[in-house]
Design a protein around this ligand. Structure first.
Ligand SMILES: [Zn+2]
Length: 442
């Protein structure tokens, strides 16, 4: 028997059943559906397509990611910048965007009428170049690592818009490293190391593939620089990846116009590949912006630039995590980490005390004070994917304890409040990804 579903052929009913279960699973995980159901984000027609509104819960998650990344980058020697969201057309004429990418930009004004025409930025690079150019740099000042939590705008087709992954405005963990040519291999490795640390912490390191994106040797007009520069750079990236024992594949025609790059990619629930993180090797742009440093002999030398993201685009990462975890995020990422469930109104005072203790320790906690049955409150908290529920009643108040239910183990029994606070703080601090060991049916 041959059955067809969406162009896929099945020879057995069992295979069809399996495929239908798989489709159901996809529907449950699709961030564009689940992210809205969980009130992480929404879109509104009058605001526009590709312009998602992050709701309080989604905003909390992105704030958690952003604080983590910014702190981690600073630990790794980055300094932070905050540069304008728009610039005059003059800047994009130097960068080449005005000639090559104008269609993809939101341009404010008309060159024929207005004295100055502005455009919303599609990238951060030239802004950070001018931060570098603010004063003369010596060889001793390098490497310089600039990081920025950067909001960008790209005017893409309405038909291309999808949830949090295809958007017109997004925020990325952007950065540019200005380095001496002799520092390039080490710094490039450092960027890959940071990217891998991010992926590992998010629990997605096994879900990605590494692509060495090369130029197209049959269409060299698309790029700046000579054959020699391109071949040498690609060899050096190959060597770096090999030394780090990172498995990778190569693809021609995927490089940036100024250099080859490593793209770290992941599939969404529908199997479509998205670039999550990118690390780009640029030996050429410094010339265009007249960037230099002064070497030991007092000569002016062009630096190299690494364009990179540490965790990529926050909206896209959120979408990825929704699909990866089907909304059951690791505790440290949850917008609501604990919900306190008093058995009746009599215990609201104790519930507030528990809440205060958790809040003082930066745990995200709420109380369900509704006059509902405890079984109902537990079921709702589970449906809301809250990792910890604390049931409090007479016995808990008398003994200064909490009855812990988690979505990892189910009933975890009673714990002194101080112990629970210690345990959850450690879980959050270490960004632990607790395994779900007991599956409870709702
Ligand atoms: Zn850049």
């Amino acid at each position: 028997m041959l059955t067809r579903v969406y162009g896929t052929a099945f020879t057995k009913n069992a295979e069809l059943d399996e495929y239908l279960v798989y489709l159901e699973d996809i529907k449950k995980r699709d961030h564009n559906k689940l992210g809205r159901e969980m009130e992480l984000f929404t879109t509104v027609d009058v605001i526009g397509q590709g312009l998602p509104l992050l709701m309080p819960k989604g905003t909390k998650m992105i704030q958690t990611l952003q604080r983590w990344i910014e702190d981690e980058e600073e630990r790794r020697g980055y300094v932070r910048t905050k540069t304008p969201l728009m610039a005059k057309s003059d800047l994009y004429k130097i960068s080449g965007h005005w000639d090559h990418y104008k269609e993809g930009m939101f341009v404010l004004g008309d060159e024929k009428v207005d004295k100055e025409v502005f455009a919303l930025r599609p990238m951060t690079c030239p802004f950070q170049y001018y931060v570098y150019k603010n004063s003369q740099k010596s060889y001793r000042d390098l490497p310089l690592r600039y990081g920025e939590t950067s909001t960008l705008f790209r005017n893409e087709d309405s038909g291309e818009m999808h949830g949090l992954t295809r958007v017109r405005q997004f925020t990325i963990s952007e950065g540019h490293l200005i380095v001496r040519p002799d520092q390039m291999d080490e710094e490039f490795k450092g960027c890959l190391d940071l990217a891998r640390y991010c992926l590992k912490t998010l629990g997605v390191e096994d879900d990605v593939t590494y692509r060495l994106s090369k130029w197209d040797p049959n269409n060299t007009a698309k790029y700046i620089g000579t054959v020699d520069v391109w071949e040498e750079t690609q060899d050096r990236i190959r060597k770096v990846l090999t030394e780090l024992e990172i498995p990778f594949y190569e693809e021609e025609g995927e490089a940036a116009f100024y250099g080859p790059k490593v793209d770290i990619q992941a599939k969404n629930v529908y199997g479509k590949m998205d670039t999550m993180i990118t690390v780009q090797w640029d030996a050429l742009i410094a010339e265009q912006f007249d960037m230099y440093y002064v070497d030991q002999n007092g000569d002016k030398v062009r630096p190299y630039i690494i364009h990179r993201t540490s965790m990529g685009c926050y909206e896209r990462t959120l979408a990825w995590l929704i699909e990866k975890y089907a909304g059951l995020f690791p505790t440290w990422l949850c917008p609501e980490q604990v919900r306190i469930l008093p058995i009746s109104e009599k215990y609201h005072e104790y519930a507030k005390k528990v809440k205060e203790e958790l809040q003082n320790n930066n745990v995200l906690v709420t109380i369900d004070e509704r006059a509902e049955k405890i079984g109902y409150k537990i079921r709702e908290a589970r449906l809301d994917r809250v990792p910890y529920m604390l049931v409090v009643g007479q016995k808990e108040e008398e003994d200064g304890v909490v009855s812990v239910r988690s979505r990892f183990l189910g009933d975890e029994g009673q714990k002194p409040l101080a112990d629970f606070v210690d345990d959850i703080c450690k879980e959050i601090r270490t960004k632990e990804i607790r395994k779900i060991e007991v599956v409870e049916n709702n």
